[in-house]
Design a protein around this ligand. Structure first.
Ligand SMILES: Cc1ncc(COP(=O)(O)O)c(C=O)c1O
Length: 387
């Protein structure tokens, strides 16, 4: 057919040679997926089985990232979500319905708590919170309608390491599923599925992305029924991910081992150094005996990452804690973590009955890739400003 130049803008006859091979996964963008004929058109989400149908369910870039996360977490199926919080929502909305009960640790990431308290309750789900130091005794909190038990280990900010296998066993005896936010361990340092977890998720935003420039989440399972529920819910919620972000995450993955190793060693060195500072009453690093649940870290984890918290002595005012954080030069102030830049954020748990009595005296660090001696000098100087 003879084509006008305007038609050729859309339907080109230009050719490029085939056979290009490189070390990077191409960024496949696309909403529309082409079908070979009218009868082949379908809108099924499970593209691994039915072939590509729609960009919403992932282009090859997203499916490669999902496959690689699945391999690392030793799962059978992985779905991606547009952020860690979206992955948490996907799990809750897949496994809960009106009249069900969900158990959530008090140490949970605070937007996850909001999702449970504000959204799930609005839809008639019973939500209760349990102390993260609870192990097998969680059985006393189970109800006839408990369908999902959440763990986050270590917990956000207060860093309690949980007895996940004991909680998993109790949940399974009660016929409930157990889901874990495994972000701190990067899906690597805690083998969630081998410790009884049914559904493991991580914010790929943190260590997989690794450079503070993307938002993605993953959900990994072994069970086919769980995968179907997640996939069907993922489809109707429209949990599309950006192929560009997936490409960045694939690139981040290649250097994750060396980044994690460097961050682990720097964080441990700084955490140990901080235990010797008179201003500090407690260092909450899972690999240190001072961290609640340290024994479970020793038993179940194969390493530690770069996020930990400190609690100042009682005499320090909120203004002094702020002066410390503001006095840091290399540590920047900001949410999220897992990137190459060290960060510090002060939290205030005053009037929060679910959290330990740390009040306004807790600061969480993300340790990045700066020279550790420079970070120490920075901390030392800022501690000096608290006098
Ligand atoms: C433990 C934990 N889970 C989930 C999330 C949410 O991830 P995202 O920021 O990708 O939504 C965060 C973010 O800080 C987090 O710290």
């Amino acid at each position: 057919m003879k084509k006008d130049w305007k038609t050729k803008l859309i339907h080109t006859e230009a050719q490029v040679p085939e056979g290009f091979r490189s070390l990077s996964t191409p960024v496949f963008r696309g909403s529309t997926v082409l079908f070979p004929n009218a009868a082949a058109v379908n809108d099924e989400w499970n593209q691994h089985e039915v072939g590509y149908t729609y960009g919403l369910y992932g282009t090859p870039t997203a499916l490669e990232l999902a496959g690689r996360i699945c391999e690392l977490e030793k799962g059978a199926y992985t779905l991606l979500a547009p952020g860690g919080q979206a992955a948490l929502s996907l799990i809750n909305l897949s496994f809960l319905k009106t009249g069900d009960h969900v158990l959530v640790p008090e140490s949970v990431y605070s937007p996850h708590r909001k999702l449970a308290s504000q959204v799930l309750r609005r839809f008639g789900v019973e939500v209760s919170y349990y102390p993260p130091t609870t192990g097998a005794e969680i059985v006393t909190r189970m109800r006839g309608n408990t369908r999902l038990v959440w763990c986050e280990s270590p917990g956000s900010i207060t860093m309690e390491v949980q007895d996940v296998p004991a909680i998993a066993a109790a949940a399974h005896r009660a016929g409930a599923k157990i889901a874990l936010d495994n972000t701190w361990a990067a899906g690597i340092y805690f083998d969630a599925l081998a410790h009884g977890v049914d559904i493991t998720m991580q914010a790929l935003t943190k260590y997989v992305g690794g450079h503070s420039d993307l938002l993605l989440g993953s959900v990994t399972v072994r069970d086919r029924d769980a995968y179907d529920r997640l996939g069907e819910t993922h489809q109707v919620l429209g949990c599309a991910v950006s192929p560009d972000d997936c490409s960045l995450a694939l690139r981040g993955m290649k250097t994750m081992a060396v980044r994690l190793k460097a961050m682990e060693s720097a964080a441990l060195e700084l955490a140990r150094w901080l235990t010797r500072r008179p201003e500090i009453s407690l260092v909450l690093h899972p690999a240190l005996a001072s961290c609640p649940g340290h024994e479970f870290w020793l038993r179940d984890f194969t390493g530690s990452s770069g996020v930990f918290s400190i609690v100042f002595q009682r005499q320090f005012t909120k203004e002094q804690v702020f002066a410390f954080v503001d006095g840091l030069e290399l540590f920047k102030i900001g949410y999220s973590w897992g990137g190459v830049t060290s960060l510090a954020v002060a939290y205030d748990f005053q009037g929060n009955p679910g959290r330990p009595d740390y009040g306004h005296r807790i600061v969480r660090f993300n340790i990045g890739l700066e020279e550790v001696e420079d970070l120490k000098t920075d901390l030392e100087r800022a501690l000096g400003l608290m006098k």
